[in-house]
Design a protein around this ligand. Structure first.
Ligand code: NAP
Length: 302
């Protein structure tokens, strides 16, 4: 995999497909996870040429970073990109804390858990309600100057908060909720990011598995955010995606991921995975080349 996507104004280059790791060690978020599966998920991703690992302190309160730190010792560090995040304060009920001192300490601790000299992208995971955004970002800018991180990210910031955080033009990348089923960012956030050379990484790209096509009409109850009618429409649209997928001998998930990869508003897509088989399958999205007509059809379906 050639690392060809430039992250914001930084010199970080990534491939267009990453791995979301909230199910790698994320015991505080999901039941029934096994650390061995998590380690295998990370190893599989790197062997498959997936070049960005998206983690956070919050995923297992450091466990995800530790597993990634262990597994990556056996890989060439120059060949993959690590993105991590902090804000949830373990000494204050995990409430967001953007105090510059807290963020600086969080970066130092993440470096230790990840067993690396630098983190390619570091995000402020959530805004807090009292720290001036530019001051919080400046803590990351200092860490960048010191060579501890290479690109500055923010996550879960509204457009106004993004603007405030980027007052000194230092933000390289925004990670926010976005999928074919959740497209709010298109209207105002994407144009601002484009005009300011800030990359975008969407989280929940598979809508927590719904966009893999593995759920059916009778699973509506598992996705209470959608009305019954909305859910029926999504299932019908996925049947149309399946027709496109079949032409490429691909799965629905691979086809949906290929749509994000082909989307110029998106820098890197980071589907999560519970199992190595899912990673192997998702990695094949890199081989699916959608025609412009297929891209447009999927765009219109949702
Ligand atoms: N910045 C933030 O605040 C924030 C918030 C949320 C997530 N994230 C990041 O974004 C990443 C992506 O979000 P996400 O993982 O929550 O959701 P997602 O990517 O929309 O869905 C991933 C889930 O779908 C299922 N899946 C994946 N590939 C599959 C396949 N080929 N076949 C069948 N099922 C498959 C797996 O769950 P099951 O096997 O359990 O069904 C997997 O955990 C996270 O891992 C995390 O790194 C960031």
């Amino acid at each position: 995999m050639v690392n060809s996507v430039k992250i914001g104004k930084s010199d970080v280059l990534s491939g267009p497909l990453g791995l979301g790791t909230n199910k790698v060690g994320g015991h505080n978020l999901f039941d029934g996870l096994k650390d061995e599966d998590g380690a295998e998920v990370v190893k599989t991703a790197l062997n498959d040429g997936i070049s960005l690992l998206d983690t956070a302190f919050m995923y297992g309160l450091g466990k995800s970073e530790e597993i990634i730190g262990d597994v990556t010792q056996n890989f060439d560090r120059s060949k993959f990109v690590i993105a991590s995040k902090a804000a949830q304060d373990p000494n204050n009920d995990l409430k967001p804390n953007n105090d510059p001192k807290f963020l600086t300490k969080s970066i130092d601790e993440a470096l230790e858990r990840l067993k690396t000299d630098y983190i390619d992208i570091f995000y402020i995971h959530f805004p807090d309600d009292h720290t001036p955004k530019a001051e919080a970002v400046d803590a990351l800018a200092q860490a960048k100057k010191a060579g501890k991180i290479r690109a500055i990210g923010i996550s879960n910031f509204t457009l106004d908060q993004i603007k405030e955080a980027n007052a000194d033009d230092q933000v390289d990348v925004v990670e926010n909720h976005y999928s074919l089923l959740h497209r709010d960012a298109e209207k105002e956030v994407f144009p601002y990011l484009k005009a300011n050379h800030i990359s975008f990484v969407p989280y929940f790209p598979l809508a927590s598995g719904l966009l893999t096509g593995k759920y059916h009409q009778n699973d509506a109850g598992k996705f209470s955010q959608f009305s019954t009618d909305e859910f029926s429409n999504i299932i019908a649209s996925l049947a149309r995606v399946k027709a496109i997928a079949d032409k490429h001998q691909a799965t629905i998930a691979q086809t949906i991921l290929a749509w994000y990869i082909a989307n110029p508003n998106i820098a890197v897509v980071i589907p999560g995975a519970r199992l190595p088989e899912q990673v192997d399958s998702n990695a094949k999205a890199l081989d699916v080349q959608l025609s412009q007509a297929e891209f447009n059809e999927i765009d219109q379906l949702f």
